[in-house]
Design a binder for this molecule. Sequence first.
Ligand SMILES: *Cc1c(COP(=O)(O)O)cnc(C)c1O
Length: 419
Amino acid sequence: MTVTADATSLESGVRSYSRTWPATFERAQGSFLYTPDDQPYLDFFTGAGVMNYGHNNPILKDALLRYLTEDNIVHSLDMLTPAREDFLTTFTEKILRPRGLDHTVMFPGPGGANAVEAALKLARKITGRESIVNFTNAFHGMTLGALAVTGNSMKRGGAGIPLVHATPMPYDDYFDGDVPDFVYFERMLSDSGSGLNKPAAVIVETVQGEGGVNAARREWLRQLADVCTRHEILLIVDDIQVGCGRTGGFFSFEEAGIVPDIICLSKAISGYGLPLALTLLRPELDVWEPGEHNGTFRGFAPAFVTAAEAIRTYWSDDTLEQSTITKGAFVEATLNSIVAKRPEGELTAKGRGLIRGLEFADPDKAAETCRNAFESGLLVETSGPRDEVIKLLPPLTVSEDELNDGLTLLRNAATDALG
Ligand SMILES: *Cc1c(COP(=O)(O)O)cnc(C)c1O
């Protein structure tokens, strides 16, 4: 395909990633994107963790092409199709039940924010309470309900109306260990004079991807689940970015041994970049009336096909889980070695599994490192309240050589920026 005009002038100024990476990307395979003149870019962003199994994964592509070639159903609202049935049974039998989860599957609209809106709406309906507790530096999406439980002030500013019925609490390590976990939250809950309305639910990310790659400790997550149980508050885990194997296990909360009441999934669930979102509910919480939360695109059949195939291929045993943990440890060790070579406090390594972060004391240097990386053929993006953390989200299927090459490019990009 030849590009004849600069199409950016035809598009709203709201576009953002095309500013970070001012190139046209035409093809993709595995861990690489290619421009029309075949310049390769190693993708350590993967659509914010959408392409966990690599771009145009050949196994998933075969299943999708077969499905389309046979004139199978593409759109069906929520009418039954073999693709829907196959996804539901595969997901339940291979993902939920082996992990002791008896959740039922709800399909909200196709994106992550749809899954969050459904979770918040249902929590309010079940409890009859309006308030939700969220955490500092949380990100849950850009629609009004999801934005109300999101921290970032620039994104909140776009709402244009008050964002209410949400109360932020300090995330793990918000006070650098100076304040014991949950003293503030527990006190607010038990003191009838605190001014905190009893919340319907708490919504949490086990690793805050957009918020700066902050990984909560297992003990902190367990304490949070315990607070929720004792105060009869529903626990919602937003696993949209770090679920689907990003931290090793399929769900990011498995390691902590907690069982959320409601779980949100999207991004990597289709495995192929096709839009699909799930809100998983403990069965007794499924109090929806038929059609009470409706939508045109609640279960995109081609996404069911690739999602089911991805589960069969990658989640029938623990091979992927183990390799993600091994690769994550390798990235961690490499980032630690980069940090150790710099003056104290200039850089900090963060993260869990294959979501890793390199935090810069000076946010300008993080931006410069991203630009340098792009120029050398590596796609990485910043996150965090001051865009001070470079976030690494390579495909889980990345090869050891690719991982090594990407980290070398990152090291050079950072060294050039820091001088
Ligand atoms: C991306 C993301 C969302 C929102 O998903 P969209 O598909 O962009 O609406 C919500 N929560 C988390 C943790 C995310 O990473």
